[in-house]
Design a binder for this molecule. Structure first.
Ligand SMILES: *[C@@H]1O[C@H](CO)[C@@H](O)[C@H](O)[C@H]1NC(C)=O
Ligand SMILES: *[C@@H]1O[C@H](CO)[C@@H](O)[C@H](O)[C@H]1NC(C)=O
Length: 254
């Protein structure tokens, strides 16, 4: 089997596919090389090199086992043959470092270091005719990369049935936004929170819902009240000025 690697990196795994169309009958031999890891220091790297014939997996190298495993009579014979060849085996084992970690470092520095924290908003929504009396909306804007997990907590416990919708959307400029809605029946003394997991955070972020009016609302009231006081003061000052002026005019004869 001729071996050709085409590198195509994803955040979690890498895919290397070699497809061979044997003839007009279209038999396909495919090789899928995956580098699977989640730790930033790449210490948990596992290399899985799979060989398929017409989508049927017949032989697979697994770096945890350090050898090939066969999945059919031919696949098992093939595994035995390759396991018997020290140079093939050494090559595959060496690819954990030479292929997986090498490329993962490149892709991590290109992607992971470019993460952008979401700008979040947690607000209450008025909805007529809903099954539950209260609706909360959590929105996260302008984050990168796309993958994100938003969950709702009631007193620290995961809520599942009440979450009505979650949509992830591409802004079209490499940033993403997500909106998650929670319809629920409020109980007194409970704490509702929204938990967000994203590559830009080192740990899950928890945002607590504060049912008192948001600061923006309080500010609006304060600005309105100040405006009213200022208006009264100006009106009074204007009136006094007018009174004085008209009084002065009478005193000065033509
Ligand atoms: C690789 O081998 C390990 C140890 O046997 C096993 O836990 C793991 O599931 C295997 N991976 C795959 C993709 O088969
Ligand atoms: C394994 O290698 C040895 C030595 O090269 C050879 O004699 C033997 O036939 C091989 N076995 C298989 C199953 O290929």
């Amino acid at each position: 089997m001729s071996l050709l690697k085409l590198f195509s990196f994803h955040l979690i795994f890498t895919v290397s596919v070699f497809t061979l169309a044997e003839s007009a009958n279209e038999y396909f031999t495919t090789r899928w090389s995956r580098c699977i890891y989640s730790s930033p220091d790449l210490s948990d790297m596992v290399y899985i090199d799979s060989f398929y014939f017409n989508k049927y997996l017949f032989t697979q190298f697994n770096s945890t086992l350090g050898k090939y495993v066969g999945f059919s009579e031919y696949g098992m014979r093939n595994a035995e043959y390759w396991n018997n060849d020290t140079s093939i085996l050494q090559g595959e084992r060496g690819d954990v470092d030479a292929f997986c970690k090498h490329n993962a470092q490149i892709s991590d520095s290109a992607v992971r270091s470019k993460t952008v924290k979401p700008k979040v908003k947690l607000s209450s929504v008025t909805r007529a005719g809903g099954r539950h009396p209260a609706v909360l909306m959590f929105s996260a804007y302008e984050f990168y990369p796309q993958h994100i997990k938003v969950s709702w907590l009631r007193d620290g416990k995961l809520m599942t049935s009440e979450v009505t919708s979650t949509m992830e959307m591409a802004d079209g400029d490499w940033y993403y936004q997500i909106h998650s809605e929670l319809e629920y029946s409020p109980k007194s003394g409970e704490k509702i929170s929204c938990m967000v997991e994203h590559a830009s955070f080192s740990k899950p972020m928890i945002y607590d819902w504060d049912p008192s009016p948001p600061e923006a609302e309080r500010n609006k009231i304060a600005i309105g009240a100040s405006g009213l006081v200022l208006g009264i003061v100006l009106a009074a000052a204007g009136l006094i000025y007018y009174k004085k002026k008209s009084a002065g005019r009478i005193l000065v004869p033509n």
